[in-house]
Design a protein around this ligand. Structure first.
Ligand SMILES: *Cc1c(COP(=O)(O)O)cnc(C)c1O
Length: 239
């Protein structure tokens, strides 16, 4: 495996990452073509949770500016070291970590309770509304965070009162499946939930954060606008 820490090793990692990025890019384009969509409708968020700050810092050099972390402390560490990236929080946020997280993030994909939503709305003081997505447990797994499919429609009056956040859309994690085709119903459900919430609220909710290394092609076919990809880029590079 590639060693790290020296300029030579970084060259090797850069080379490897650019090859992997090209493969992901090909798959994204092909999925867009199949779905009659344009590549510009889908943003790639590189999930850096398994790699060092040094490796994460190579992504902007490759033109990837959207980076994601699932743990707030790790996001703080990397975002402070790589401020030129747009940082996406994609995992659970405890309310006592809101203050430190808000100034560092471009978007939060993982708003999973009304208490968190209200606390974020209260705490956020930016020039423009902060984009947030509501995490939905669309695969109905006991182990998963997020709003249930049933409680989502009941959020409308609460969402209507949000002032400092932009409720930009929904996020989900599909179940782990050998065959990504089996994730398709989860992605279709998320899109339907977004469509009805959008109608009820009377505000655009353009974003669907869905699709990971194993299932992003299917997610793009079903309307994903944000794919969150870790393993397909960073496998074997873990710190
Ligand atoms: C780790 C993680 C990803 C990336 O998953 P891969 O399968 O490694 O691409 C995406 N979303 C969330 C919420 C994650 O925690």
């Amino acid at each position: 495996m590639v060693s790290r820490g020296t300029p030579v090793a970084n060259e090797q990692v850069l080379q490897l990452l650019s090859v992997r990025l090209a493969a992901v890019e090909d798959n994204l384009r092909a999925a867009c073509v199949r779905a009659g969509r344009t590549r510009g409708e889908v943003r790639l968020v590189a999930v850096t949770k398994t790699v060092s700050v040094e490796i994460a810092a190579l992504l902007p050099q490759l033109g990837i500016l959207d980076l994601g972390e699932n743990r707030p402390q790790e996001l703080w560490r990397k975002a402070e070291a790589i401020p030129q990236a747009r940082w996406h929080l994609i995992g659970h946020l405890q309310r006592n970590k809101i203050e430190r997280t808000l100034p560092l993030v471009h978007a939060i994909h993982s708003v999973d309770s009304t208490r968190l939503l209200e606390a974020l709305d209260e705490a956020y003081r930016g020039p423009a509304p902060l984009p947030i997505l509501l995490e939905v447990n669309a695969s109905r797994e006991a182990s998963k965070q997020g709003f249930t499919v049933e409680e989502l429609p009941r959020l409308v009056p609460i969402l209507a009162k949000v002032k400092n956040l932009q409720v930009a859309g929904l996020m989900t994690m599909a179940a782990e499946e050998e065959d990504p085709e089996r994730c398709r119903p989860t992605f279709q459900l998320l899109r339907d939930l977004r469509d009805s919430l959008e109608r009820e609220l009377g505000r655009p909710m353009p974003e669907l954060s869905m699709g990971m290394s194993n299932d992003y092609a299917v997610a793009v076919e079903e309307g994903s606008t944000l794919v969150r990809i870790g393993t397909a880029l960073f496998e074997g590079l873990s710190q």
